[in-house]
Ligand binder design. Structure first.
Ligand code: ADP
Ligand code: MG
Length: 364
């Protein structure tokens, strides 16, 4: 049961059923359940980010798909055909899947070119040379082909690892936190280049990350995993606009949650009363309100509820930390900050852009 290479040109329409499908995958380590009935489909040429906190089961799922961890329950399909089920699993080398892991695992005694050529031993020397150069060019390292891994930066080593994984024309690409150990200044460029290289390969790709911003930049679709369960699977825009639950909302929000209580159809909070469009607010129930970036407006007001306790200027935007009634809220705005530390402000919320969740544990 060996998947054939599906070299769909970038932008071409893949045939129906083409790609990787994980069906009803569950997994336990001893008595501990770490994956619960996971279903995930990745089309040819599509990049799906598996986004979740540390320990949520991301690596376990990837290792099962790779054949590095026994499949206990469920089925893996490739282009519609069964690839693996419990007890009927081809070993990793027969799957022809490409892997990139967090810690660059290049062969230290081989040059960059020889690392990339590693999976191409069966090709003719000419073909091997051509593919090595093409892959190095794609990740911007054609000038480094004679260097050795220890002379490269962490980001460059990850580029080589990506080129090496793509060189033998894998059927599927699996990447586990590939940029986690790369400097943040270099990570954006690396993501863009990786996205282009994965798209050009035309194969289904799964990229594991715990970083929501990274998932937004890379993915065609984001599958959010929480404690072994996929809680949402949609486009980056849809996940951002309509998070399935509070957990997802907080992953995609850097403003923090404000506690509140239902009073006369709105939520009363330390920062003032918040009307919430399209939500039934129950009298006296406890809530957590998440105010997305740009949904908070501030006005100078000596009678205001909140005090500015920190101001950070980030170039194209600024972040104010507000305090009221012992609670904190981050307010993001464009450009220069309008307020200084110590200012007293009134806070107004854009009712269409706040998210509200029941929070029975809140004591506010
Ligand atoms: P993630 O990659 O999302 O951080 P993992 O899949 O690595 O999560 O781990 C999920 C859970 O399974 C964690 O609680 C982890 O400690 C546990 N775990 C992972 N690998 C093993 C293993 N080989 N044996 C026992 N427990 C494991
Ligand atoms: Mg992991």
């Amino acid at each position: 049961m060996r998947p054939h290479s599906s070299q769909t040109p970038a932008g071409a329409v893949a045939p129906p059923g083409a790609g990787l499908a994980l069906e009803n995958i569950s997994h336990s380590y001893g008595a501990m359940r770490v994956l619960e009935d996971v279903n995930l489909a990745v089309q040819a040429g599509e990049i799906v980010c598996l986004l979740g906190a540390s320990g949520s089961g991301k690596s376990t799922l990837l290792r099962i798909v790779a054949g590095l961890e026994p499949l206990q329950h469920g089925v893996v399909r490739f282009d519609g055909a069964e690839l693996a089920r419990p007890g009927r699993e081809p070993p990793p080398e027969e799957r022809r899947f490409g892997f990139v892991f967090q810690d660059h695992v290049l062969f230290p005694h081989l040059s960059v070119a020889d690392n990339v050529a590693f999976g191409l031993r069966k090709r003719s020397p000419d073909e091997r040379r051509e593919r090595v150069l093409a892959q190095l060019r794609q990740v911007g390292l054609e000038a480094h082909e004679r260097r050795y891994p220890h002379t490269l930066s962490g980001g460059e080593q990850q580029r080589v690892a990506l080129a090496r994984a793509l060189a033998p024309e894998p059927a599927v690409m699996l990447l586990d936190e590939p940029f986690a150990s790369v400097d943040s200044t270099l990570r954006r460029r690396l993501r863009e280049d990786a996205r282009r290289a994965l798209r050009a390969s035309g194969v289904p790709s799964i990229v594991v990350t715990h970083d929501a911003e990274e998932a937004m930049e890379l993915a065609d679709r984001i599958a959010v995993i929480d404690a072994g369960t996929i809680v949402q699977d949609d486009t980056p825009a849809a996940v951002w606009r309509k998070p399935a639950d509070r957990f997802v909302a907080e992953l995609f929000s850097d403003t923090g949650a404000v506690p509140g209580r239902g009073v006369a159809g709105a939520v009363e909070t330390p920062f003032g009363r918040i009307e919430v469009a399209g939500a039934e607010i129950e009298e006296n129930a406890r809530y957590a309100v998440i105010a997305r970036a740009g949904s908070v407006r501030l006005a100078a007001s000596p009678a205001g509820d909140a005090r500015v306790v920190d101001v950070r200027f980030l170039g194209d935007r600024h972040v104010l930390t507000l305090e009221a009634g012992g609670e904190r809220l981050r307010a993001l705005g464009p450009g220069e900050p309008d307020f200084a530390v110590g200012a007293t402000v009134a806070v107004a919320f854009d009712s269409a852009r706040v998210l509200v969740y029941r929070d029975p544990g809140s004591t506010w």
